[in-house]
Design a protein around this ligand. Structure first.
Ligand code: COA
Length: 160
C-alpha cells in the first residue's frame, strides 16, 4: 500500500455527466485485475438501457478516481452493488473504503433498502477484505462461481 495517510480522503460519489463520462471510461485496472469487473465503457453502455442502474463516478476532490454501479429497485428492500473499481494509479490509498462508505450512506438514505448484496471472484482478496471490513458476510458461491456477500443495514440508516 502506498501514500496512505492517517486522514480520511476527501471522497464522494457523483452521478454520471457528459463531463465525467469519458474520464470514467478512461480509468484502468492492472492486467491481473481485468477479470474481476467489466470494463467501464461497457458498464456505461449497459447503464443507458437499464433504468434501474445507478452509475456513479468516484471523486477524490475534483479528480475522477473510480467507478461503481448499483441498483435499488423501489419494489425491493435489497440493493445490489455490481460494479466497483478504483483506477490502478489510485489504489491502496483508502479511496475504495471511503467510496464504499459513501455509497452505503446513499443507499441507506433511499429509505426502503434493508440489505445490500455484492459479488466478487473468490480469489479477489482485496475485494473480500474491503467488503468484510464494511460488515458484509459471505453467503456462498452463486451459479457462476462468484462469491455473494450480504450486508444488513442498520435500521436507523434510512433516517440519516
Ligand atoms: C478492490 C478495490 C476497489 C479496492 O480499492 P482501493 O482503493 O485500492 O482500497 P483501499 O485502499 O480503500 O483499501 C481498503 C481495504 O481493501 C483491502 N485491500 C485493498 N487492496 C488490497 C490488496 N492488494 N490486497 C489485500 N487487501 C487489499 C484492505 O483490507 C484495505 O484495508 P486496509 O488497508 O485498512 O487493510 C481495488 O483494488 C480495485 O479496483 N480492484 C480491481 C477491481 C475489483 O476487484 N473490484 C471489485 C469487484 S466486485
Amino acid at each position: 500500500m502506498t501514500e496512505r495517510s492517517g486522514s480520511t480522503p476527501d471522497i464522494r460519489i457523483a452521478p454520471l455527466t457528459p463531463a465525467n463520462r469519458a474520464l470514467v471510461a478512461a480509468l484502468r485496472l492492472a492486467p491481473d485485475q481485468m477479470d474481476f469487473v467489466a470494463g467501464n465503457a461497457a458498464s456505461l453502455r449497459e447503464a443507458r438501457s437499464d433504468h434501474d442502474a445507478r452509475p456513479r463516478a468516484i471523486m477524490a476532490g475534483d479528480r475522477v478516481v473510480g467507478f461503481l454501479m448499483y441498483e435499488a429497485p423501489s419494489d425491493d428492500d435489497e440493493a445490489r452493488i455490481y460494479r466497483f473499481m478504483i483506477d490502478r494509479a489510485s489504489q491502496g490509498k483508502g479511496y475504495g473504503k471511503a467510496a464504499l462508505r459513501e455509497v452505503l450512506r446513499e443507499i441507506g438514505g433511499l429509505g426502503h433498502i434493508r440489505h445490500v448484496s455484492i459479488c466478487y471472484e473468490p480469489e479477489n482478496e482485496a475485494a473480500r477484505q474491503l467488503y468484510r471490513a464494511a460488515g458484509f458476510v459471505e453467503e456462498g458461491l452463486d451459479e457462476d462461481g462468484e462469491m455473494i456477500a450480504d450486508l444488513a443495514l442498520p435500521a436507523s440508516m434510512g433516517d440519516q
